[in-house]
Design a protein around this ligand. Structure first.
Ligand SMILES: [Cu+2]
Length: 113
């Protein structure tokens, strides 16, 4: 390969990297008996990574409409990549029984256009 071709390829790939949407990270904390934040605001087409940690015990993070169901283990970070493809509001909740307030451990993902 000629050196000029190589330079063009390098230039193009760095342009592509710069043009790629920045992946936004949203920290979410799970604890008896709430998620913080309880409302997660996203935008259509903008990729995000939810980084969910538990401060006390094992919980679950389930969003039935988005087919997300992950375990949140204390001491670990659970990463969930989401690229919302439509606007709307989806409920999430803890899917692992964690005590007397478990039923209230819930929140919403709000996707705006
Ligand atoms: Cu829980």
């Amino acid at each position: 390969m000629r050196r000029a071709d190589w330079l063009v390829i390098q230039l193009l790939s760095s342009l592509l990297l710069a043009a790629a949407p920045q992946e936004q990270v949203i920290q979410v904390t799970a604890e008896r008996f709430k998620f913080t934040p309880s409302v997660i605001q996203l935008k259509v087409g903008v990729p995000v990574v939810l980084e969910i940690t538990s401060t006390d015990r094992r919980h679950g993070f389930q969003v039935p409409d988005l087919k997300i169901d992950e375990n949140i283990e204390p001491g670990k970070v659970t990463r969930i990549r989401v690229v919302p493809d439509k606007a709307g509001t989806w409920d999430f909740h803890c899917s692992i029984f964690c005590g007397s307030g478990h039923e209230e451990m819930a929140g919403q993902i709000v996707v705006s256009p």
